[in-house]
Design a binder for this molecule. Structure first.
Ligand SMILES: [Mn+2]
Length: 367
């Protein structure tokens, strides 16, 4: 049986206020083609289907279209788990009815996971979950997330039979490499687990981090199918597993528009522009500030210019890719401040920092 692993579609996401819905539609068309060519039986979608818990109309329509295409036209089964960006209730609406149509939606884990058996594989589906929920399910108290997840995995291991065991999870495995668009996943988070908690599983299909990576041969992040940040321009793909041979194959996806950063003095940037007429462009000017007229002038020559910033020696800090271990040492405020630089191209204000502290204190007192 051939199984396709993907995650983090983030349907409805905007990049510097530009909708990527057409890019996502273009990506899905390639996915349908791969499903057909590779004779895929099951598609695993490991969380963050939508970008926001209140998904936009366009995003819901696109998801609807994709599920109809995969389940009805291409006759695959699809297994979906909720990520931290999804509303678990909205995502799993009508799951009992849809189950019979080959669409298996897992919003919230309320009891110990029962396997979904398809062919010779038992799938255990673990949507994004808090430590306290696991404590409730297993009627135990846990000090760390790792401990809670180990308890869950021990339970799954104890149900081993002659079929293969696959796990779908939306989680942060420590030691993994984190990109710019993953940074928000870190705020307030001590929710890391080690790769070892998954031992003895035949395959672990992970979602949450946007960079494709393997923690071991059969514990993998498929990565997001599109780049959602300028520093994240590496090749995107889907992962295919053959459950008979356990061979793994990666099929690349081509973006509708690539993301490029053009950095340099004004005249150098102007020379580079003609080559990037179809790319989403971020410009970093080194020799001058940005005025409205200049922005308009460049926009006329660069149809997909999304953001432009002036390079200031001391203020401009580039964060390409940092290791999770490195991020663990940063405070929540440092992470937030870096996020503001990356996403809004500016420093966080004192007022915003106060709001953040208040929100965080409010959260802590709820726990
Ligand atoms: Mn995500």
């Amino acid at each position: 049986m051939k199984i396709l692993h993907t995650s983090d579609w983030h349907l409805g996401i905007q990049l510097h206020r530009h909708s990527l819905i057409e890019d996502q539609r273009y990506m899905l068309e390639q996915l349908y083609q791969i499903v057909e060519e590779e004779h895929i039986s099951i598609v695993l979608l490991c969380g963050d289907v939508y970008d926001t818990t209140l998904a936009t109309k366009d995003a819901i329509m696109l998801f609807d279209e994709a599920m109809k295409m995969l389940c009805q036209t291409l006759k695959c089964q699809v297994i979906v788990i909720a990520g931290n960006h999804d509303s678990h209730v909205r995502l799993s609406a009508m799951h009992d009815l849809l189950h019979d149509q080959g669409l298996h939606l897992y919003g919230l884990l309320e009891e110990a996971p029962r396997p979904l058996t398809i062919g010779d594989v038992d799938f255990y589906c673990v949507p994004f979950i808090h430590k306290d929920t696991l404590a409730r399910i297993y009627d135990q108290s846990f000090t760390t997330y790792e401990e809670a997840f180990t308890c869950l995995m021990d339970d799954i291991r104890s149900r081993k039979n002659k079929r293969r065991q696959f796990v779908l999870a939306h989680a942060f495995v420590s030691g993994a490499s984190v990109g710019e668009s993953d940074r928000l996943a870190m705020v307030g988070g001590a929710d890391h687990i080690s790769c070892e908690v998954f031992h003895d599983m035949d395959y672990v299909a992970l979602g949450h981090l946007h960079k494709k990576q393997a923690c071991s041969k059969h514990i993998r992040y498929s990565g997001s199918p599109l780049a959602y940040a300028f520093s994240e321009t590496k090749e995107k793909s889907v992962t295919i597993i053959d459950s008979d041979t356990m061979e793994i194959q990666v099929r690349p996806l081509k973006p509708l528009h690539s993301l490029v950063t053009l950095e340099g003095d004004y005249k150098d940037v102007m020379v580079m522009l003609p080559e990037h007429q179809n790319d989403y462009v971020k410009i970093i000017l080194k020799d001058q500030g940005i005025q409205y007229e200049l922005l308009e002038f460049i926009r006329e020559r660069c149809p997909y210019l999304l953001t432009m910033q002036a390079w200031q020696k001391d203020e401009m800090i580039e964060y390409q890719s940092v290791l999770a271990n490195e991020l663990e040492q940063l405070t929540d405020e440092e992470i937030l401040s870096r996020f503001f630089h990356d996403y809004h191209d500016r420093a966080i204000t004192d007022e915003e920092l106060v709001w953040f502290r208040e929100a965080k204190e409010g959260m802590m007192s709820c726990e």
